[in-house]
Write a protein of this length. Structure first.
Length: 103
């Protein structure tokens, strides 16, 4: 079975998205959740760039990927800052123990 380069990259993108989703489903640590979201986003970025390449609009795919990188970086920084504050306030990063924050 011979795969083209585009097919290989799209398979890798789907695998990255799947690994990130798996990490989101099994992780209870806030930092691990942020890392899993980053892995999912990298799969989406790869798919965007390859979709632009397949449609012969490489610059459009790359510009969309750049916008996603910027937004993803902002989300990661805010998520990690919130994780640090939760760790200081509660003493743990476990999601199950964060139910004590409810009133």
């Amino acid at each position: 079975m011979n795969f083209s380069t585009e097919q290989i990259f799209l398979i890798v993108a789907a695998m990255l998205a799947g690994i990130g989703l798996y990490g989101l489903l099994i992780s209870r640590n806030l930092i691990k959740i942020v890392v899993a979201l980053q892995i999912m986003t990298k799969g989406a970025l790869l798919a965007l760039v390859m979709a632009g390449s397949i449609r012969n609009q490489v610059s459009l795919g790359q510009s969309m990927a750049l916008m996603v990188i910027i937004a993803d970086t902002i989300v990661a920084v805010i998520g990690l800052a919130l994780a640090v504050q939760v760790r200081r306030h509660v003493g743990t990063l476990d999601i199950k123990s964060l139910t004590s924050l409810r009133r």
